[in-house]
Design a protein around this ligand. Structure first.
Ligand code: UD1
Ligand code: CA
Length: 459
């Protein structure tokens, strides 16, 4: 089989984004645009992938790592110049080269394959992937002759009125005979509205040399969407989100209102789980089967077992094991692990803590830097006092312990199995097995003291 190479263009600044971040690093559904592009490219198994970097080069390389080779385009002189930077790596090789932009995150490997097929079928030296746009503004236009054969591509800024009225656009994806591409690039000039070396000019140059040039028109314009502005970024996100959500539904997940559910690419959800409206599932989140995630919950890098109920809560970098539940309005901060059948109720915060099976933390409680055993009851308004103003300290509470409401447990401290802490206690020393700790002032009642106090008249 003929060798296949890919060049990804990712050196541009993306001026129209008005951003400090390089354009191709803006995320769509949790993944940088250029990562989406490379992920699709990888599925066609090219023999070599070269990414042209410039603006934010270091950051782009950090994101994509060793999955591609890199060539620096130090000065952004246009897409044609960008591809030409790849010559030292690719110039001597025989084969076909796919050129894609790092800012078209919705394109799929399937389309790339169709482009290759079409290119081979036509025996072409160059094939451009085109689409028909309702509003072609901003895209290069495909100029065909009377016979419908591609003649050239004209950029928006260089287009005459008639040319600008054409709605077949250049998606920015091409398949070239590799050596023919680099030879033609040396002939590209920059005498145009932007003073740039346009890759698009290669099409006209090859055509004039009498080479076979073809255009493959894809059906779905949306898939070809190029992101140059924040508005386009939002549109691309909407399309990608629809794809992701459709896939989860196909896998047996109920999304009550898929238009408002935001799920990052790569999130895993088990069958028969129900996700309510307005839920955010981010990063490396994984959710088991038969779970319920209620409205306005946000899960970031969360690992959730089967049959877990989450209502209006936020979970970050934490684990909830099967049959546990949380919320409404509770927050698991990083490095928390919630055991099976645990109940975390209303307005609780848990940070860097392990909570054993069947333990209940029902109301208005902070558990920070603690290890709790199984079958513990933590009353209302308990505070694990973990910070002395300088350092964080750890608390251990054993199995079957009882922590009364409004207790403060001042770390570092150990509360043994079956220990009992009376409500309102401030615990500063260890509590042993079967001990009852009471650490509060004793109640004093003063008989008939009422008259000695000032009062408002009762009428
Ligand atoms: C480009 C095409 C246009 C097409 C559109 C599709 C050109 C001249 N025009 O326009 O016909 O309809 O894509 O989305 O190619 N880049 C570099 N170095 C540079 C300039 C650009 O690496 O010096 C990269 C950018 O990072 C980007 C890609 O090339 O990934 C395209 O550049 P961009 O400025 O977005 O071109 P468009 O105006 O969108
Ligand atoms: Ca673009």
């Amino acid at each position: 089989m003929m060798s296949r190479y890919t060049i990804i263009l990712a050196a541009g600044q993306g001026t129209r984004m008005k951003s400090k971040l390089a354009k191709v690093l803006h995320p769509v559904c949790g993944r940088p645009m250029v990562d989406h592009v490379l992920t699709q490219v990888e599925q066609i198994n090219p023999d070599k992938v070269v990414t042209i970097v410039g603006h934010g080069a270091g950051e782009v390389e950090a994101v994509l790592g060793k999955r591609t080779e890199y060539v620096l385009q130090a000065e952004q002189k246009g897409s044609g110049d960008a591809v030409l930077r790849g010559e030292p790596v690719l110039g001597d090789l025989d084969g076909m080269t796919l050129v894609v932009s790092g800012d078209t995150p919705l394109l799929t490997a399937k389309t790339f394959e169709q482009l290759f097929e079409y290119h081979k079928e036509k025996g072409a030296k160059a094939t451009v992937l085109t689409a028909v746009a309702d509003d072609p503004t901003g895209y290069g236009r495909i100029i065909r002759n009377d016979l419908g054969v591609v003649e050239k591509i004209v950029e928006q800024k260089d287009a005459s009125k008639e040319e600008a009225a054409i709605n077949e656009i250049n998606t920015g994806v091409y398949c070239f005979d590799n050596k023919t591409l680099f030879a033609a690039l040396h002939e590209v000039g920059n005498d145009n509205a932007q003073g740039e070396y346009y890759l698009t000019d290669v099409i006209g140059i090859l055509k004039q040399k009498g080479e076979i040039v073809s255009a493959f028109k894809m059906k779905d314009f949306e898939e070809s969407m190029g992101v140059n502005t924040r508005g386009a970024l939002a549109n691309a996100t909407r399309v990608m989100q629809r794809r992701i959500n459709a896939e989860h539904m196909a896998n047996g997940v109920t999304l009550i209102d898929p238009t408002t559910t935001r799920i990052d690419v790569g999130v895993k959800i088990g069958a028969d789980t129900t996700i309510e409206a307005g839920v955010l599932l981010k990063g490396q989140t994984e959710i088991g089967e038969d779970c319920y995630v209620g409205s306005h919950s946000e899960l970031r890098d969360a690992k959730i077992g089967a049959d877990v109920t989450i209502t209006s809560s936020t979970i970050e970098k934490s684990v909830m094991h099967a049959h546990s539940n949380i919320g409404p309005m509770s927050h698991l901060r990083p490095n928390s692990e919630i055991g099976e059948y645990v109940h975390i109720g209303n307005f609780c915060e848990v940070k860097n803590a392990q909570i054993g099976a069947y333990t209940k933390v029902g109301h208005l409680t902070y558990v920070g830097d603690a290890t709790l055993g199984q079958h513990i009851n933590v009353g209302c308004g308990v505070v694990f006092v973990n910070y002395d103003g300088l350092d964080k300290h750890h608390t251990d509470v054993g199995d079957w312990a009882f922590v009364g409401s409004n207790a403060n447990i001042v770390a570092p401290v150990k509360v043994a199995d079956h220990a009992f802490i009376a409500a309102g206690s401030t615990i500063t020393a260890d509590v042993d097995f079967h001990d009852v700790a009471i650490a509060r002032a004793r109640q004093v009642n003063k008989p008939n003291y009422w008259d000695k106090l000032p009062h408002e008249p009762e009428n």
